[in-house]
Design a protein. Structure first.
Length: 173
């Protein structure tokens, strides 16, 4: 069999953590009519549920056209006990928005906010590896190093999310 072999590998990992968050923000209007604003502050969150999905796809191709072998694996992990993810999250929150009165007491509000977590998500592993004693001969012992990370990500991963909110408010004044 003359020719060349090429291999391809794709790995993806998706984590879905659902938190209830409570922001505490200070808002500053930047226009005289108080339509545009910026805001900043802190937030705290409590983990409601956590799940992860990992896929691996590998291919071995001969002469860039003939598929010799293919491998596909998908792993779904529903962390019902929330054993892998910290239950509490906190961080800073920054955003901007627009508010305009559309009727006597009705206000249209559009807001874009980003939360940057300051606490690591990983509840189980402090590093990306752990040492495991391995059976050795009669006169020596050895250590195995096994990768242990947060669903394929660094153990020090932190939350980062952005939200776009469009809604109406009622002015009670």
């Amino acid at each position: 069999m003359d020719g060349s072999f090429t291999t391809g590998e794709q790995f993806s990992s998706k984590i879905s953590n659902r938190y209830i968050t409570l922001p505490v923000l200070i808002r500053k209007y930047i226009t005289p009519k108080k339509h545009l604003f910026i805001e900043a502050g802190v937030y705290s969150g409590y983990l409601i549920s956590s799940s992860a999905n990992q896929t691996i796809q590998k291919e071995l191709v001969f002469n860039k056209s003939e598929l010799i072998s293919s491998y596909y694996s998908e792993i779904e992990l529903d962390d019902e006990d929330k054993a892998f993810t910290n239950n509490i999250d906190y961080g800073i929150s920054i955003g901007t928005g627009f508010a305009k009165k559309v009727f006597e007491r009705i206000i249209l509000k559009v807001e874009l906010r980003t939360n940057v977590g300051l606490k690591k998500l990983d509840a189980r592993y402090n590093n990306e590896f752990e040492s495991i004693p391995a059976a050795g001969g009669a006169t020596f012992t050895s250590t195995l190093v096994r990768a242990t990370n947060y669903h394929g990500f660094n153990s020090n991963s932190k939350n980062l999310n952005s939200t776009l909110t469009i809604g109406f408010g009622y002015n009670i004044n």
